[in-house]
Design a protein around this ligand. Structure first.
Ligand SMILES: Nc1ncnc2c1ncn2[C@@H]1O[C@H](COP(=O)(O)OP(=O)(O)OP(=O)(O)O)[C@@H](O)[C@H]1O
Ligand SMILES: [Mg+2]
Length: 472
């Protein structure tokens, strides 16, 4: 490698410039001009430039436009793809000035015209390397801050997350019951696990029960167990999850869905530390720490009489309200990086960075499915993607437009009398329901929640509109 490297003298390393030009004369004169302030590496064609960009890790590239073989624009595009943060300055002759402008649109940092004005050339290269260094510094600082405010594997440096982390750290070691609330996908279960792992109970596994997923008539015996002959089919005694979780933590997910009769029994267990198996006569005492979660507004449910007030207050001794992702957009880039690393590892694929343009789009998006939606997006991009940085064009349509699909044209057809209103309304409803289901991983309870209806009504409408239970 032709290089001007001088031995390091403890000071910061001089910025490295990669000069790409097919003419030796041009390369040499650039080297002479720049050698005072920079370390210069040279490439005589595009292929060599791409190889050196990876090997020599330059801070700035000076790139000729007209070269035999791969021309400057093609090299630029690949460099942008592989090293999006690397500034590229185009070297242009008068006749290629138009191309230089195109290059700027493709993301070149700047261009200088041949014959070079030496001061201008130095200034541009300085500027480019300083900008890149600053960008790197910001990135490093961000990662550093991220590390510092990260609680275990919970990512978030936004102001909105700090009180959550503080409370978790404070109450985790206690036996206190905690109620975690927040929209779907905001990390309620993750927080429950953090509470458990930072408690003296962490040697035993945490038991997680989804109250909405277990049929109402079975939930009680799942939780508290039953005696033999307690009901038809109970041909043996069964120990419930509460007893099994003795000495550990139980996570009651979607507690808002618990039937009122069971709510009353739950309250007794919390108050007395004793439970009664279904069909049992002797109370069994248990030492279990309870963490409950819901994406419902429990206070409102209490006001409406759908949830017991006394149980609510027992559960919400400490309550943690997780903010939706759109209320902490600063965390989006951090989460993207977190899941990029994680998914690349899990899937055994190369990690793809997100282009600044794609990040900007994602920072504007509403994220109704919160962190889970973001996690699923990264996974899809890594499975289906072509490699290289994620471009905005690869993002799903609703993210790019940040709005629901438009239906104006359908309205127009109705007004022109070409379709009936009820058909158009059905189409609209079908599209919305499908979208809502997709955003909730086809979980009907959550979808109904989000749409402000009940699961029964949702299912009724789905059948009516011919929407299957699973994506088709
Ligand atoms: N702050 C975070 N940092 C890293 N990962 C997160 C964060 N919040 C959520 N996740 C991840 O997002 C996914 C959804 O989180 P989780 O299951 O805890 O959400 P939830 O609030 O329980 O959702 P639901 O109400 O739908 O059950 C999980 O894979 C979780 O690991
Ligand atoms: Mg959950």
């Amino acid at each position: 490698m032709a290089s001007d490297a001088t031995p390091e003298e403890g000071g910061p390393r001089r910025p490295r410039v990669l000069v790409v030009d097919d003419e030796l004369g041009v390369r040499e004169s650039l080297r002479l001009v720049l050698r005072d302030g920079f370390e210069v590496v040279q490439a005589e064609n595009g292929e060599r430039a791409l190889a050196l960009a990876a090997e020599a890790r330059p801070d700035v590239v000076l790139l000729d436009i007209l070269m035999p073989g791969m021309d400057g624009l093609a090299v630029l595009e690949r460099l942008r793809g592989r090293h999006p943060e690397l500034p590229v300055v185009m070297l242009t002759a008068t006749r290629t000035l138009k191309t230089a402008v195109t290059a700027m649109k493709l993301g070149a940092f700047d261009y200088v015209q041949k014959p070079f004005d030496l001061d201008e050339l130095r200034a541009v290269v300085h500027n480019a390397s300083r900008t890149a260094a600053l960008q790197r510094e910001v990135e490093e600082l961000r990662a550093e801050v991220g590390r510092r405010y990260q609680l275990g594997n919970i990512v978030g440096r936004s102001a909105a997350m700090q009180p959550i982390f503080r409370t978790v750290a404070m109450v985790a070691p206690q036996r206190t019951t905690v109620l975690v609330t927040g929209e779907s996908g905001t990390g309620k279960e993750l927080i429950a696990r953090a509470l458990h792992h930072q408690s003296p109970r962490s040697a035993l596994p945490m038991t997680a029960i989804n109250c909405a997923a277990i049929p109402e008539n079975l939930l009680e015996s799942e939780l508290f167990g039953h005696e033999r002959g307690a009901f038809t089919g109970a041909d043996a005694r069964k120990v419930g999850h509460f007893e099994l979780a003795h000495g550990s933590t139980i996570f009651l997910d979607e507690i808002g869905e618990m039937h009122p009769a069971l709510q009353a029994k739950m309250l007794r267990v919390i108050e007395t530390g004793e439970l009664m198996r279904v069909g049992g006569t002797k109370p069994v005492s248990v030492d279990v720490r309870i963490v409950a979660a819901t994406n419902r507004d429990l206070e409102q449910a209490v006001a409406e009489g759908a949830f017991r007030g006394d149980l609510f207050y027992r559960l919400a001794v400490v309550s943690l309200a997780l903010p939706p992702l759109r209320a902490r957009r600063e965390d989006i880039p951090l989460l993207l990086r977190h899941f990029a690393r994680e998914k690349a590892g899990e899937l055994g694929v190369v990690e793809r960075p997100f282009s600044p343009e794609a990040v900007a789009v994602l920072e504007r998006y509403r994220w109704p499915g919160n962190v889970r939606e973001l996690e699923n997006l990264v996974e899809r991009l890594f499975i289906l993607g072509t490699g290289g940085p994620v471009r905005p064009e690869e993002l799903p349509e609703p993210m790019r437009t940040s709005a629901m699909p438009r239906h104006d044209d359908r309205g127009e057809a109705v007004l022109r009398g070409e379709r009936s209103l009820s058909e158009a309304v059905d189409d609209f409803e079908r599209a919305i329901l499908r979208e809502a289901l997709a955003r909730c991983d086809w979980n009907q309870t959550r979808t109904a929640e989000r749409l402000g209806t009940t699961r029964r009504i949702l299912k009724y409408r789905m059948d009516k509109l011919g929407i299957p239970d699973r994506p088709s």
